[in-house]
Write a protein that binds this ligand. Structure first.
Ligand code: UD2
Ligand code: MN
Length: 555
């Protein structure tokens, strides 16, 4: 009898313990909420929590689609209800009421945004659910890949960095987060040393890596990516806030096609008052002008999107916020490690993924806020220029379209941007398509907004042989005509040539181009075909300055 009683007691004890520590029930969940909630200004939700508008939060359904994939509702309704009841500074993404004393220059100096305001807003603040109504009903695959979140930082503010981490952990299904990797790019601020490490001991998923010298954001991200263990890697800037259910819509697209790189909608966290809002125009296509400034262009009507909650193709990403299958990222060669400090990498990865067999999408149902700075607060080491990064990208990926860039930025033409052999080899190895293909199939709407300026021909007139003084001329004005040497006769139609930027040697009178048959070792005239390599010629050397003077008639 006694023994039986003892057993019973033991069993009851175990049952109580199990209930208490089961995730999402009892003490454990309370513990979890407390750990992440250090805000003094939070109010616990009242007993009867009102339903959230537009959300069928009683539903936790799974459906099997026609493709046999089981899809489920990934919303964390409990967390959403808790968020909805929060009040206080900046809660619900509301602007912080600024006084003039808050707006002193000192508040912006270190970060380029108002750190005083940031410091007075909870690290767990709530955000408005500004997703399209249809996003609230969407189901995503029950089985999704997990992800490493990689956050590079250089001298980031304490509260802005931690709010990034908190928002990710608070608003992502824990099973989808393999780890959060904070990569310190050689910061010299005290709060980013021991204090950060101590703080993160209570967040077991967070790892801190540090570069050994200032590497810039590109190599810093690479360091994080090399250490990552998740199936997907997701990059964020160090001053972001992940919004409701941001992660499943991203991972779901990668689960469907591992070669898709996905970007969330990037919302704006105001650098003065930390109000949270969409960017002007919200969903837009990523593009660039020919000076290589990043631009956003409206989604053209031809793309026929009757459902604005569906993913759409974007030619280039903004740069900082995206998710990519980890192995695919490395198959694409990661980033060009020759890119220094800041900029250009968003074009490299975008051109590369499109041209080398993948694709890129923006996902309207995934939203992440980002603080767009008032100014750049950090120093860029001497001798480093964004121009070099952009030139590298143009040289490796943009083919003849690089001319449009040089046309706008003549100073890039002779800039030395270092060795690009590895990048060019990669492009060959991956059998990547041409930039012309990218422009006509992906960024086809871009020239309507940013028409390229056609460069003038580099040279025209007769082509005179220096030894004999004779000129190259065509024999008949028809395709197939051989080319021969003749005495130069000024104004004679046969001897006028034009060497265009498209690298052809054009004969305007016959409207044909010099073509070649390498097998017969023969040159002859043919109808122009700018895509045919047998018609493209390179002069060993040209002097752009001389040509420019000549073109301007200044001698
Ligand atoms: C945008 C991108 C940014 C990057 C950049 C072009 C968004 C929202 N942001 O500029 O991610 O693609 O364009 O390169 O799309 N950092 C370092 N080391 C440095 C400098 C910066 O680790 O030397 C970190 C920095 O702390 C931040 C990230 O890199 O987490 C991006 O830098 P940023 O915020 O200054 O760039 P941003 O948003 O102006
Ligand atoms: Mn940023």
């Amino acid at each position: 009898m006694r023994r039986k009683e003892k057993r019973l007691l033991q069993f009851a004890g175990l049952l109580i313990a199990a209930l208490l520590f089961l995730p999402n029930v009892g003490l454990w969940s309370l513990y979890r909420d407390r750990v992440f909630d250090n805000s003094p200004d939070t109010v616990d939700g009242p007993g009867g929590i009102p339903p959230i508008q537009g959300l069928n939060h009683m539903r936790k359904v799974a459906q099997v689609g026609p493709d046999g994939v089981r899809r489920t509702d990934w919303h964390d309704y409990a967390a959403m209800r808790r968020d909805a009841t929060r009040i206080g500074n900046g809660e619900q993404g509301k602007p912080f009421p600024l006084t003039e004393t808050d707006q002193v220059d000192q508040a912006y100096r270190e970060n380029g945004f108002n750190i005083y305001v940031s410091d007075r807003i909870s690290l767990n603040r709530s955000l408005p659910d500004i997703r399209h109504e249809k996003c609230k009903q969407k189901l995503y695959a029950e089985k999704l890949p997990n992800t490493s979140i990689i956050i590079p930082f250089h001298n980031e503010g304490w509260s802005s960095l931690l709010r990034t981490v908190h928002s990710v952990l608070n608003r992502s299904p824990p099973q989808l987060i393999a780890e959060v990797i904070l990569v310190d790019d050689f910061s010299d601020k005290d709060h980013l040393k021991v204090a950060l490490e101590e703080y993160m001991t209570r967040m077991p998923k967070v790892r801190i890596l540090r570069t050994k010298k200032r590497e810039g954001l590109i190599r810093t991200r690479l360091l994080g990516a090399a250490a990552a263990k998740g199936e997907v890697i997701t990059f964020l800037d160090s001053h972001c806030e992940a919004n409701i259910n941001w992660l499943p819509p991203l991972l779901d697209r990668i689960a469907q096609n591992r070669k898709t790189i996905v970007c969330p909608m990037i919302d704006v966290i105001d650098h003065d008052n930390f109000g949270y809002d969409t960017q002007a125009g919200d969903a837009m296509r990523g593009a660039f002008d020919w000076e290589m400034y990043y631009k956003r262009i409206p989604i053209p009507p031809e793309m026929q999107r009757d459902n604005p909650s569906e993913p759409f193709e974007s030619p280039v990403m903004a740069g900082g916020l995206f998710a990519v299958d980890r192995k695919w990222f490395w198959e694409l060669g990661g980033y060009d490690t020759g890119l220094e400090i800041w900029g250009g990498e968003q074009y490299e990865i975008s051109f590369k993924v499109w041209m080398c067999g993948g694709r890129m999408e923006d996902i309207p149902c995934s939203r992440v806020g980002h603080i767009y700075r008032k100014y750049v607060p950090y120093k860029v080491p001497g001798g480093i220029s964004l121009a070099k990064n952009l030139k590298r990208v143009a040289e490796v990926w943009m083919d003849e379209y690089g001319e449009y860039v040089y046309q706008r930025r003549p100073e890039y033409r002779h800039l030395s941007a270092g060795d690009m052999t590895l990048q060019k080899e990669l492009r060959n190895r991956l059998n990547c398509k041409s930039f012309k293909w990218f422009m006509s199939e992906v960024a086809w709407d871009l020239p309507k907004h940013y028409p390229p300026v056609e460069p003038p021909a580099a040279a025209w007139g007769e082509i005179r042989n220096m030894g004999s003084g004779m000129c190259m001329e065509i024999k008949h004005f028809v395709s197939g005509s051989p080319i021969r040497l003749e005495n130069c006769v000024k104004g004679r139609g046969e001897v006028g040539w034009s060497h265009g930027q498209d690298k052809s040697l054009y004969h305007p009178v016959s409207n044909s181009c010099i073509d070649s048959s390498p097998s017969e070792r023969r040159v002859f005239m043919n109808s122009c075909d700018p895509s045919s390599l047998s018609q493209q010629w390179l002069f060993e050397r040209t002097n752009a300055t001389v040509l420019e003077h000549f073109n301007r008639g200044t001698n």
